[in-house]
Ligand binder design. Structure first.
Ligand code: SF4
Length: 348
């Protein structure tokens, strides 16, 4: 199988040109066709010599994703289910906010982390996506938005998968997204969310970017976190918090802590008190996420009053906190559920 052209950073494309005895400015032209003009074939790249277009076509694949279904919510959220060349399917979500349009991308087919509130992990990990398969989610969605002159202005890596278990592809994806000659997404408008893969957190801190880091914390202590997120047994709570402190010290940037509120499990006042204690004096922000109902699990949603009470306790202790606004609720599905339904259908 030929590699996807979207797998390559501009520097790698320049190297490809040099290896093929071509001037490097050709790579810049190619990059422009891919990310600014967003054409769908090498044939369309009219300022590249015909022979080069043929050679590119010979060596690289252009199409990485095939749209299987699309659901549009009343609030403007669009959930896209894409098919890959090997019959796997992935989800991508486009969200419209009053401050711009964002996209949530997937980095793996399935996930092996096993968070108990998540549908993406139910069938385990199938495989990593390549950088190009992650990039293609953004380019394909941007092409869809081009029709209405909208521009993707922010990216969250919060779809299926653990990005730090697919580190190199995720990093190449980021390099391509932030390149000023391409889509040119501002680093501060990109967030990478991890379940707490400690070595990846240190490595990412050392990359010296301005990209935001989010940690799925979901519990205020080791014991409860291990119950909700088996990954906590591999990388215990205290080690994860040490990695957070390192990231903050190294980058000077605050961390977002994602906290999915699960009725009767981690949403009680004592949990809020304990969380506030852990986060006091950390440069951070807490996002409270009322958990989505996953039919395969028995979790229930936290009541509105309890959500506000949780928020109040954190704020009282000086912790910055917001409640995540839910989007696309009417088009079914927490993250991973669209794909789960599709898998059910195709394996029947
Ligand atoms: S929440 Fe993220 S890390 Fe956890 S199982 Fe789901 S996709 Fe994997």
């Amino acid at each position: 199988m030929k590699p996807i052209i979207y797998d390559y950073t501009l520097e790698e494309l320049r190297q490809w040109m040099l290896d093929n005895k071509q001037p490097t400015f050709r790579a810049d032209q190619l990059f422009d066709w891919l990310y600014v003009k967003r054409v769908t074939s090498f044939e369309d790249m009219s300022n590249l010599p015909k022979m080069m277009r043929e050679q590119l076509d010979d060596q690289f694949r252009f199409v990485a994703l095939e749209e299987i279904t699309r659901f549009e919510s009343k609030d403007g959220t669009v959930k896209l289910l894409f098919g890959l060349h090997d019959q796997h399917a992935i989800e991508t979500v486009v969200m419209r906010h009053n401050y711009g349009t964002s996209i949530c991308v997937t980095t793996q087919v399935g996930c092996r982390i096993g968070c108990t509130f998540c549908a993406s992990t139910l069938g385990g990990l199938k495989r990593n996506l390549t950088a190009g398969e992650i990039v293609a989610q953004v380019v394909t969605a941007q092409r869809m938005l081009d029709a209405t002159n909208e521009r993707i202005s922010s990216i969250v890596i919060m779809g299926s998968g653990e990005p730090f278990e697919n580190y190199d592809a995720t990093l190449n994806f980021l390099k391509i997204m932030i390149h000023e000659r391409g889509l040119n997404i501002g680093q501060r408008h990109i967030t990478v969310s991890t379940s707490g893969i400690v070595p990846g957190m240190y490595k990412f801190a050392d990359e010296n970017t301005q990209i935001n880091l989010a940690l799925s914390i979901h519990a205020p202590n080791d014991e409860l976190r291990s119950k909700l997120m088996p990954v906590n047994r591999r990388y215990p709570f205290d080690e994860v918090m040490d990695a957070c402190r390192y990231y903050i010290a190294k980058t000077g940037r605050r961390i977002s802590f994602e906290y999915a509120l699960i009725g009767g499990v981690n949403d009680q006042p004592e949990h809020a008190e304990e969380l506030a204690e852990v986060l006091t004096e950390l440069l951070c922000h807490v996002n409270l996420i009322p958990v989505n109902h996953v039919p395969e699990r028995k979790y229930v949603r936290t009541s509105r009053n309890e959500i506000f009470e949780f928020q109040r306790i954190l704020e009282e202790k000086g912790v910055n906190v917001t409640i995540r606004r839910e989007q696309g609720h009417d088009i079914a599905a927490a993250c991973g559920q669209l794909r789960a339904k599709h898998m059910e259908k195709t394996t029947r």
